[in-house]
Design a binder for this molecule. Structure first.
Ligand SMILES: [Zn+2]
Length: 176
């Protein structure tokens, strides 16, 4: 069982319909033994595909609700776009794992925001697509809103926000 190959195939399969992790389906579709199918169904990789699929459908329906064009061709395109972003905010370069720790330690506290990455449109007049979207932290996305273009925001505010989060994390400052 080549896990990477299976993951690739299952991303493609998930593009064609709902997320499926039934052992029976996996077994038949990928020609696996019972124990292989079971292991794949319960793998971290499978859990990750499930999470990505829910991000995809959530974004797709929220775009529709807001009347914003959703230009990702399918789940597969979205999945590989997301992976290619790296695990950092496009604007401030903060690692999402670090931001998660900052919120977990309550160095930052908000009723509205958390450490979950946001799928942000660089040009808020254009839709969601591979070319127009980046992953950002909640601080950057909220500060930029629809007021500044991506380049100006990155140049003028990105660095400052990155430093603020890093200083919070290393106890240089507090935010109480
Ligand atoms: Zn940021």
């Amino acid at each position: 069982m080549d896990m990477q190959e299976l993951v690739k195939k299952h991303i493609k399969f998930t593009s064609q319909g709902d997320f499926i992790r039934s052992v029976k389906t996996l077994k038949a579709r990928y020609n696996l033994s019972d124990s292989e199918a079971e292991a794949f169904a319960n793998s971290n990789e499978m859990e990750h595909i499930k999470l990505m699929k829910s991000k995809f459908t959530h974004k797709q329906s929220s775009a529709k609700r807001q009347g914003i064009k959703f230009g990702f061709k399918d789940f597969q395109e979205f999945y590989y776009w997301y992976e290619a972003q790296g695990d950092r905010c496009y604007y401030c370069n903060t690692e999402f794992a670090l931001l998660k720790k900052v919120f977990a330690k309550e160095l930052l506290d908000s009723k509205k925001f958390n450490s979950t990455p946001h799928i942000e449109r660089k040009d808020s007049n254009a839709g969601y697509s591979v070319d127009n979207c980046v992953l950002t932290c909640s601080l950057c996305n909220n500060a930029k809103s629809d007021m500044m273009n991506a380049e100006n925001f990155k140049n003028y505010f990105g660095k400052a926000i990155g430093k603020f989060v890093a200083d919070l994390y290393s106890d240089v400052i507090t935010n109480k």
